[in-house]
Design a protein around this ligand. Sequence first.
Ligand code: NDP
Ligand code: MG
Length: 398
Amino acid sequence: MKRIAILGSTGSIGTQTLQVIEKHPERLQVTALAAHSNYEKVAEQARKFHPKYLAMFESSAADCLAKETNRKVASGMGGLIEIATSDEVDVVVVAVSGMIGLEPTLAAIRAKKAIALASKEVLVAGGAIVVPLAREHKVPILPIDSEHSAILQCLVGALGVPFPTADDTSFYERLKERLSQIEKIILTASGGPFRGYTLKQLENVTVEQALAHPTWRMGGKITIDSATLMNKGLEIIEACWLYDCTPEKIEVVIHPQSVIHAIVKFLDGSALAQMGHPDMKVPIQFALLGPERLPSPAKNWNPLDTPELTFEEFDSSVFICPNLAREAFRRGGVVPTVLNAVNEEAANAFLRGEISFLDIQRFAEGSLSIAPNTSATLETILAADKEARAWFHARART
Ligand code: NDP
Ligand code: MG
């Protein structure tokens, strides 16, 4: 029985994680739930799944949840860390929106918990410290992001790379041995609601249009990232950290049907792809129960469901974010942290109607010129993150 803590249990990934757990009561058990402020939903989840521990980031929500459930409820960053490091937890699902998940992830790694990672911002902002720490503690980082899960599924299938497990470094060792046989890793992107738009057409797009994602149903911030293609930029960085690659090895191709989630191309001219309906319950289940293949709550994919699978390029002079992310990763240190922080603030400001859609990428581009050339430690990452957010707010006001 795997005992699971979910950070961000009320969100899109959090609720789908609970659906996967519900499907496998003999193997998976909810031990702890945490969210930001939606205490009513956590109370409802607690009544159904009987977790031992609860936390709310916001202290007033923690008080309300404590009253509602008649239980002790932890709060703040300390509360998230308490849950992520509990002796009774084996796997921590990190599914909060944004880089707020960094410190609980580091704490969970130190406590030797397996990490099932949805919050890509944790690796974007803090990969330089998260990945070495995970290797030092022999803790697996299991990707929930669909493209990265797809890459793992291809690697496990084709190169004999073992599924990452605790206390075993053979995943990294085998990956290192076999990496030279991979020519390219291709991340697919639906293209979002503005696929094929020109800069002129993007000038006046609305929040409502940006939230109307053609294939995936996700939380607000990642839906905006998908519309700007910053989501692919963040995913390039995430893939570099997870699979020990440089950005040159990673390509992005538009695939509007979102059935192929990633493609790994080998030197012999062959390629492997992982397919399925756009449904996060598949990668969530692979992270929690892989490499086993068991029935899941996701709908089965059949070729005739989507007889047409197409691919196209995107215009990188219009959608500049993937290349900004490549540059940030190449420069290293806290540059990706700054890009991530400014993007997070800008995407949320756009959602609140405070800036225009194209402002998001203008701010992201501007962030690269203010990023300091500092090497990455927890202290420099947190400081750079804070300064970058302050820079955004000062600039956005003028
Ligand atoms: P949602 O906006 O749907 O959910 C966010 C969750 O995080 C909520 O449970 C929210 O709680 C919680 N949360 C936010 N801030 C805090 C905090 N400070 N402390 C504790 N909990 C917090 O987001 P998604 O589920 O869509 O995305 C979550 C992460 O997964 C993101 O990093 C995203 O990039 C990644 N991801 C998501 C995919 C998807 O399909 N949704 C696909 C691939 C990756 P509350 O409800 O109380 O506000
Ligand atoms: Mg993804």
